[in-house]
Ligand binder design. Structure first.
Ligand code: 4GS
Length: 245
């Protein structure tokens, strides 16, 4: 997969993707991430990329040019069938399902905006869809682009050492994750749940599913409502809720 990020801070993106799972996926050639700036296509002496908003109001707006030239140059480096995404607070939510959908594509163009936003005509002419990583406003689209890249790349074949860890991620089942523990087995008197050190894999799977169900019910009832829980899941959840906390 090839990913082109159009951003005013290409060095930030280039540095951030060099670490961890992303960095290894790039080294292996599973994914290529290239970041470029519209500023290299700016024709005025000040290398302008923004201007004041029509209608007044605070802040600045990213102008159509040179961003459009930059986007089109990036698209020319992407394979046919690639998709262009604008990271914006008013975009559609980034979900696991969306990440799975994007992970099937041969390439992605990610536009990371700054300022109040970008000229709407640029979005209309160059962008396939807008995506948001959450209902809050950030100072730039670079962190959202990096979040999207991480969520997508970890789903590519061979990227995760143990592919099961992506498949087992509770979000695949529409649930929050279960709690994780590692050594020491007892820390300041707090022991790891006995089931996890008992070696009974069926009991461990059951406990993890029960924890995922319980935590989702407590923290994200909106997710639970979307699920058609099996009779066994309903029983596990009822048992979880009956336990003294
Ligand atoms: N939340 C967000 N998910 O994606 N992008 C988000 C965001 O806040 N973008 C900023 C909005 C204001 N202009 C600079 C970019």
């Amino acid at each position: 997969m090839r990913i082109e990020v159009v951003t005013l801070f290409p060095e930030f993106v280039a540095e951030a993707v060099r670490v961890g799972v992303l960095g290894r996926a790039i080294e292996r050639g599973t994914v290529a991430v290239n970041a470029t700036t519209p500023r290299e296509f700016a024709t005025d002496v000040h290398k302008s990329v923004d201007d004041r908003p029509y209608g007044g109001g605070p802040g600045m707006v990213m102008t159509i040019e040179p961003a459009r030239t930059s986007i089109r140059a990036a698209k020319a480096r992407l394979p046919a069938g690639s998709r262009s995404v604008y990271l914006a607070a008013d975009g559609a939510p980034l979900t696991h399902a969306k990440a799975q959908e994007l992970a099937k594509l041969p390439g992605l163009l990610l536009l990371a905006g700054r300022y109040e936003g970008v000229d709407e005509r640029l979005i209309q002419s160059e962008i396939d869809e807008s995506v948001s990583i959450g209902d809050y406003v950030l100072s730039g689209g670079e962190l959202p682009a990096l979040v999207l890249i991480d969520a997508v790349v970890r789903l590519l074949p061979g990227v995760l050492g143990d592919e099961a860890s992506a498949i087992e991620d509770s979000f695949v089942a529409g649930l929050l994750d279960w709690p994780h523990y590692t050594r020491p087995e007892v820390f300041e008197g707090q022991a790891v749940p006995a089931v996890l050190v008992g070696g009974n894999h069926a009991a461990i799977r059951r406990w993890r599913e029960q924890q995922a169900l319980g935590r989702t019910w407590l923290r994200r009832p909106d997710l639970i409502e979307k699920l058609a829980l099996t009779a066994e899941q309903q029983r596990l959840l009822k048992e979880f809720l009956a336990e003294p906390k």
